[in-house]
Design a binder for this molecule. Structure first.
Ligand code: FES
Length: 98
């Protein structure tokens, strides 16, 4: 496991670019998710993606939607699942599990 951020580094609806091209995303419920900063559609950065209810992120380029809990595509042109890394919050620290 690797500590990647403090819970105070990202507000709900925000993102934080990590090492190795990974992106930490905090959904509107306050939960944390990590994925690659490459949209599964054609690779656009998700750093300025819009967060919706139920942990859904909208890519800023073609507005595809993915669920950050499962990685499942939700709305066209999202078709390929998003790789989601496991994270844990312990105290005030966010840990990358895998
Ligand atoms: S690059 Fe993200 S939806 Fe097309």
């Amino acid at each position: 496991m690797k500590d990647i951020a403090s819970i105070h580094d990202v507000a709900p609806g925000g993102t934080l670019l990590l090492d190795d091209g990974l992106l930490l995303i905090r959904d509107l419920d306050g939960d944390f998710h990590v994925t690659e900063d490459r949209c599964p559609h054609v690779g656009w950065s998700l750093r300025t993606g819009t967060l919706h209810e139920d942990a859904v992120i909208e890519c800023p380029l073609h507005h595809g939607l993915w669920n950050l809990r499962s990685g499942d595509p939700v709305r066209y042109p999202a078709r390929v699942p998003m790789k989601i890394h496991r994270v844990e919050v312990r105290g005030e620290t966010v840990w990358l599990v895998d």
